[in-house]
Design a protein around this ligand. Structure first.
Ligand code: SF4
Length: 520
């Protein structure tokens, strides 16, 4: 059922584009473009051709990684960092270099240094390699997952597909309800992007929601089970230590990370050190075996502006820096998780401290939200913070949906969150001066100035939404050629008025001459 999730998707321009390409027997069709085709409106023959190309392209991706993995199957260690340190450029590194427009040797050296990670579990064979780090484009993560109150495999697979359709670079399956192994297997199978998890959720689920039953053996068993399935990165809360508890007591909001609060319960119950910290070396062995990257979690991220950048948060960050060095020694790739709720004026400092304490390992931030009062619109309050974070040093932005703090997001919330964060990441790429980042914006400006409405829809981050809004008032085809939209109408369209002025080259030349003379 290749096209089951692609029904009812409107985009005539992309259909035209695909038709044109097919006519010329050119098969370089972009999967994202194909997914936007209106499947209801195309003939059976063309539909079959499109599906054929789509399948071929997907299989090509699958075979591509299978081949690389086969070539390395007898190696004792198979992490990207291991190869990078040995001076070997893997297929994954080459692929990333191509996508990111970077030199493969540079990608290798960044992976070896730990500044760039390629989360790619050896068992996720249909994965398309991607990189997280300052040398590459700013990435976004989408969180999906069931809860005890709502668990359905199909719904999670749908969220995974929507996440990819709108451009999520990684997906975290944060399921806590239903059959977690089955949900995860289905999500991994439906994803070409790396899948991350927070294993403590499954550990707790398996323990009947009683954290006091947690043992290191159980912890490692779940980690290995998930690694075997193909999870490409684990969020583990290993940097939150017993000695930090008094700092938590001083806070307005205490601990807002689910994993962090569970660790606190366990540590307080047993008066023992955090088991993820105690068993860190064993965890590294599992990560090394399957090439699972570590996303070192910030249990003490601030959940309120009042708690931002406090001793608890920064104390944990320093421990994450120590753990980073230990992971690198074992050739395990690492990124660091960051806040949270942070006032706008503190974001830049937070990015700099992470670089300093964590030896430039990629920073993966949740938001951050720049105000606590955006309930219902927290995708906006967090995208504002994420833009600054991406500009000042974060490598990946974890999206926030409008349901944040209020409920479990549905597929539409996922879409809203992703688009908000695609905007943030793209704005950050432009601000950092990443190569060619602004090209698409310049193309959009040309399309706007030339009233090329279909091109505008095509270039938008959410083409369907752009078309839907345009067509709300001017749906007829004739208005796709109109030199105005319903915002200002035909008489007050500023672009049109400007075009008319610019057409009067005689007057413009006269003004240029007058200016030159007055400057003499
Ligand atoms: S009518 Fe106004 S909003 Fe619409 S294209 Fe012209 S200037 Fe832009």
């Amino acid at each position: 059922m290749e096209n089951a999730g692609l029904q009812n998707v409107e985009n005539k321009t992309l259909l035209d584009y695909a038709t044109h390409k097919l006519k010329k027997e050119n098969i370089t069709i972009n999967i994202q473009n194909i997914t936007r085709v209106n499947w209801d409106k195309i003939g059976t023959q063309l539909k079959e051709k499109l599906i054929f190309f789509l399948r071929k392209k997907r299989n090509r991706g699958k075979l591509m990684r299978e081949k690389w993995l086969k070539e390395r199957e007898k190696d004792s260690v198979r992490t990207q960092m291991f190869y990078a340190k040995k001076g070997i450029i893997t297929g994954e590194m080459e692929y990333v270099a191509k996508v990111e427009n970077l030199n493969p040797e540079f990608v290798r050296s960044e992976v070896a240094r730990g500044r760039l990670i390629i989360p790619a579990n050896i068992n996720h064979k249909n994965l398309k390699p991607m990189a997280i780090g300052l040398a590459s484009r700013c990435k976004i993560n989408s969180n999906i997952g069931s809860s005890a109150l709502s668990s359905d495999i199909e719904k999670e697979v749908e969220k995974a597909k929507i996440s990819q359709k709108y451009g999520a670079d990684t997906i975290m399956d944060l399921s806590t309800g239903g059959n977690l192994d089955e949900i995860r297997a289905a999500v991994i199978q439906a994803s070409e992007v790396p899948i991350g998890t927070v294993p403590i959720y499954q550990i707790l689920h398996d323990l009947g929601d009683n954290i006091e039953k947690l043992t290191i053996d159980k912890m490692l068993e779940v980690l290995e089970r998930q690694a075997k399935q193909g999870v490409s990165y684990f969020t583990i809360h290993a940097g939150f230590l017993l000695r930090m508890m008094p700092e938590v007591a001083k806070r307005k909001m205490g601990i807002v990370s689910r994993g962090g609060s569970l660790m606190a319960s366990w540590m307080l119950h047993y008066h023992k050190e955090n088991p993820f910290y105690t068993a860190f070396d064993d965890i590294l062995e599992i990560c090394r075996k399957y090439d699972v990257s570590l996303s070192l979690g910030d249990s003490l991220r601030p959940g309120a502006l009042a708690d931002a950048s406090d001793t608890a948060q920064l104390g944990e960050l320093k421990v994450l820096g120590e753990l980073t060095l230990r992971a690198w020694e074992k050739d395990v790739q690492v990124m660091i998780e960051g806040p949270g709720h942070v006032p706008l004026n503190q974001i830049e400092r937070n990015m700099k401290l992470e670089q300093e304490y964590c030896h430039e390992a990629p920073f993966y931030v949740l938001g951050p939200l720049v105000t606590d009062i955006g309930a219902g619109y927290d995708h906006i309050s967090s995208a504002i913070g994420a833009t600054i974070a991406g500009w000042k040093g974060a490598s990946m932005l974890c999206y926030v949906t409008p349901k944040e703090h209020l409920g479990l997001p549905n597929a539409e919330d996922v879409r809203q969150g992703i688009i908000a964060f695609k905007i943030a990441a793209h704005a950050a790429d432009i601000a950092r001066g990443r190569k060619n980042a602004r090209n698409i914006d310049d193309e959009m400006s040309d399309a706007r100035y030339n009233f090329d409405w279909n091109k505008q829809f095509e270039l938008a981050l959410d083409p369907e939404k752009a078309k839907e809004f345009h067509d709300e008032t001017l749906p007829q085809d004739v208005f796709k050629e109109a030199e105005f939209c319903s915002m200002c109408g035909p008489k007050f369209c500023a672009y049109k008025i400007t075009q008319n002025i610019m057409d009067d080259q005689e007057s413009i030349q006269e003004i240029i001459k007058e200016n030159e003379e007055s400057e003499k």
